[in-house]
Design a protein around this ligand. Structure first.
Ligand SMILES: NC(=O)C1=CN([C@@H]2O[C@H](COP(=O)(O)OP(=O)(O)OC[C@H]3O[C@@H](n4cnc5c(N)ncnc54)[C@H](O)[C@@H]3O)[C@@H](O)[C@H]2O)C=CC1
Ligand SMILES: C[N+](C)(C)CC(=O)CC(=O)[O-]
Length: 470
């Protein structure tokens, strides 16, 4: 049954939560008194629809339904999850939580997006405090998997895992949890560097994006520094650099005074650095770069990329219709496009290769079969490129068996876009091989039998025209 999330406060973060739930098939009920909130959520959702599906090599479940409601009570009625994302003011959060509690069933999880408040502060005066906890996400919520859970249960964490997130269970409540403690330290030092005229906002950003920012995305801090200790590892690293913390390298807890002058200085430099782009353009840039980086990590099975693969394995199987087999149903990711701003020809080949893998799995020549030493090699292919495919566009490949006799596997694939237009066709000839001898051999009996029944089922399908053939 479709689950429902109640989002209370639909700004930058509430909008991001709404998008993550919706794109993972949940219905969302949104309460936000701002008359502009529907327009703002629409903009966040447009970004999320463009970006999130590109992370995956399979299609996400059908999108849920978004309903804007007029009261908190309407939002939480029958909901499976409540996410409070109102501005970071304790009295406001406590007021909103009191109103949620008034009508919420006692077992309804109530997560707060607070960046800094502790669960004990949010729970003050509540009758069922145990169901109120911190679920602190990162912007953009629809793409970044991290969510810090403070005071929540493993069952709550599982719910967030099911929408592709990485719940980090924080052991004890502290102000600003874990990640914002780290971010605040970098933010504080950066304010000093700009205030003291040592660096501009752009130079601080360059120090991060050309250097340690790249390391952090895949190994974090400690694993990176372990390597920096050379062969002697962490102990040597600490002996060498530990004392530096006592040198005047850092302003430690000394915070620059937050004057109008400092705000003007930073905002002015930031305008000079990035003011030629709108916030929406910057968001697109950020999201496309994040997708490309996370897909690179996915290909390597590393960090956030490994998490995407785990989530992908839980996505629904490809829906099948009458006729040829649906072997691919996916979104064209940004890293499949080239300087012509469309899917590169090599990626048409990738999609047809994935289609062939799905056909092999359908006849029993799956990963276990290959691990047992038998497989198929492609020996010929003809691809006809008929239409352009752009980043974010859906492509579906439908495949049929033309010939499965003996050692041959002759396949025909047609690729369509979401409007049913034909984008490309491919005829592909594969030969069954032994991975030990690297020579052609007959398929195992189980594969033979499945091939025969697929051949019988596909015999009466419309055959490709002569001009489409190899
Ligand atoms: N912006 C960020 O980078 C991050 C923010 N957070 C946290 O998320 C929460 C929300 O922050 P943002 O989305 O950035 O703020 P925001 O200002 O973009 O959005 C807050 C929304 O709450 C609405 N609102 C105000 N009073 C309300 C009420 N009584 N009931 C329902 N809605 C109400 C406002 O109309 C607004 O749309 C804060 O607790 C913040 O610390 C967490 C992670 C990152
Ligand atoms: C600035 N901030 C404290 C609201 C940031 C966060 O809480 C997390 C983020 O997305 O950087």
């Amino acid at each position: 049954m479709t689950k429902t999330a109640a989002i209370i406060g639909g700004g930058v973060i509430g909008g991001g939560w709404a998008a993550r739930f919706l794109l993972n098939g949940w219905d969302v009920r949104l309460f936000d008194p701002d008359p502009e909130s529907e327009r703002k959520i629409g903009a966040v959702l447009a970004n999320a629809r463009h970006a999130l599906p590109m992370l995956y090599d399979r299609s996400l479940p059908p999108e849920g339904q978004l309903t804007k409601v007029d009261t908190i009570t309407q939002a939480i009625d029958g909901a499976d999850w409540v996410q409070e994302s109102v501005p970071e003011r304790l009295f406001l959060k406590q007021m909103v939580l009191e109103e949620i509690e008034a009508t919420a069933p006692a077992d309804l999880p109530i997560g707060s997006s607070t960046s800094g408040f502790k669960p004990s502060e949010l729970r003050e005066g509540r009758a069922h405090p145990e169901r109120i906890f911190v679920a602190h996400p990162f912007n953009p919520v629809y793409l970044l998997p991290l969510v810090e859970i403070v005071g929540g249960t493993p069952a709550f964490a599982d719910i967030l895992r099911s929408i592709g997130m990485y719940p980090l269970m924080v052991r004890a409540e502290i102000d600003a949890h874990i990640a914002d403690r780290l971010l605040e330290a970098v933010w504080r030092e950066s304010l000093w560097l700009v205030k003291d005229g040592i660096a501009t906002t752009e130079e601080v950003d360059n120090a991060i994006r050309y250097g340690f920012g790249l390391r952090w995305a895949q190994m974090g801090l400690f694993e990176t520094y372990r390597i920096a200790g050379g062969e002697a590892g962490m102990k040597h690293f600490m002996a060498q650099f530990g004392p530096a913390l006592e040198w005047p390298w850092t302003k430690l807890m000394d915070v620059p005074e937050f004057t109008d002058e400092l705000v003007e200085l930073i905002a002015g430099q930031s305008d000079a650095q990035s003011g030629h782009l709108s916030i929406r353009e910057l968001e697109r840039l950020r999201d496309d770069n994040l997708v490309a980086m996370m897909r690179a990590l996915k290909a390597r099975g590393a960090a956030a990329g490994a998490l995407i693969s785990e989530h992908e394995a839980t996505l629904p199987a490809l829906a099948q219709a009458e006729g040829p087999i649906t072997t691919v149903d996916r979104i064209v990711p940004i890293d499949w496009t080239d300087y012509n701003s469309h899917m590169n020809e090599s990626r048409f080949g990738q999609a047809f290769s994935d289609a062939a893998d799905a056909m092999m799995a359908a006849i029993g020549a799956d990963a276990d079969y290959v691990a047992g030493g038998l497989s198929y090699f492609t020996v010929d292919i003809r691809i006809r490129f008929l239409n352009e495919a752009k980043a974010g566009e859906r492509i579906v490949v439908r495949s049929q068996l033309l010939d499965g006799s003996g050692k041959k596997l002759r396949l025909f694939h047609r690729m369509f876009n979401a409007s049913g237009e034909e984008m490309a066709t491919a005829e592909q000839l594969l030969i069954h091989v032994s991975l030990q001898t690297r020579r052609a051999c007959e398929p195992a009996e189980m594969v033979r039998n499945r091939l025969d029944s697929m051949a019988a089922a596909h015999r009466n399908l419309k055959q490709p025209a002569p001009k489409e053939r190899l």
